[in-house]
Design a protein around this ligand. Structure first.
Ligand code: PRP
Length: 206
């Protein structure tokens, strides 16, 4: 299920990300700001259990998370959303997943993964600013399925219709949050108009 988040600040930060004149440092700042805005709706489905606390005046009913989330940033670009989600959910654990798109084969290649089996029962949040063909996200969701994770949400920033359609076809239960859906992919599978390569732009890679 796709949710397109609408917020004036998401729109203005995304505009800065799109601007080719935005420096890597500024790009990281705007992406972090979008992550902070997106974290709240993306994490809104976390289950809580009731607790009692003593205020200075009286007992009060409260809540704690039933399970702390596991954040899965897809390297490299997903790192740009990680601090924001860690700030929103300070008890979260982090499972890095290294994937890159092989430009010749057009397929995602996994080069790092670290998901302890004990984390499979916890809610998982996949972080990746770009959903282009959907190949990387499909690979990530396949791995999470294989690792036994059953409660998975995805925070992306920008998506293309082709990627959304692929994920809806292959993973109809996946809950995906984005800030915008662009027109199309170009012949190199880049989102158009898009913002370029989110990893390269964060890190100044030529
Ligand atoms: C980009 C992006 C996504 C993926 C999206 O990563 O961050 O992970 O491509 O494309 P897809 O939907 O067609 O799979 P990239 O492979 O460029 O690696 P990087 O994050 O290290 O730059």
């Amino acid at each position: 299920m796709l949710t397109v988040l609408e917020h004036p600040l998401l729109a203005t930060h995304l505009t800065a990300l799109r601007d080719r004149a935005t420096s890597p440092a500024a790009f990281r700042g705007h992406l972090d700001a979008m992550g902070r805005l997106m974290a709240y709706p993306v994490l809104a489905g976390l289950a809580v259990r009731p607790v009692w606390v003593e205020t200075p005046l009286a007992p009060a009913r409260g809540a704690v998370l039933a399970d702390e989330p596991v954040l899965v940033p897809i390297l490299r670009a997903g790192l740009g959303l990680l601090d924001a989600f860690c700030a929103a959910a300070p008890g979260a654990s982090v499972s890095h997943l290294g994937l890159y798109r092989d430009v010749v084969a057009g397929q995602p290649v996994a080069y790092f993964e670290n998901f302890p089996p004990a984390w499979a029962t916890r809610p998982v949040v996949v972080l990746d600013p770009m959903l282009a063909t959907g190949g990387s996200l499909a690979a990530a969701l396949a791995k999470l399925d294989q690792w036994g994770a059953r409660n998975v949400v995805v925070a992306a920033v920008l998506a293309a219709p082709a990627g959304i359609q692929r994920i809806e076809r292959e993973y109809p239960a996946a809950r995906v949050f984005v800030a915008a859906v662009d027109d199309r992919l170009n012949e190199r599978d880049f989102i158009v108009p898009g913002l370029g390569d989110a990893g390269d732009r964060q890190y100044g890679t030529p």
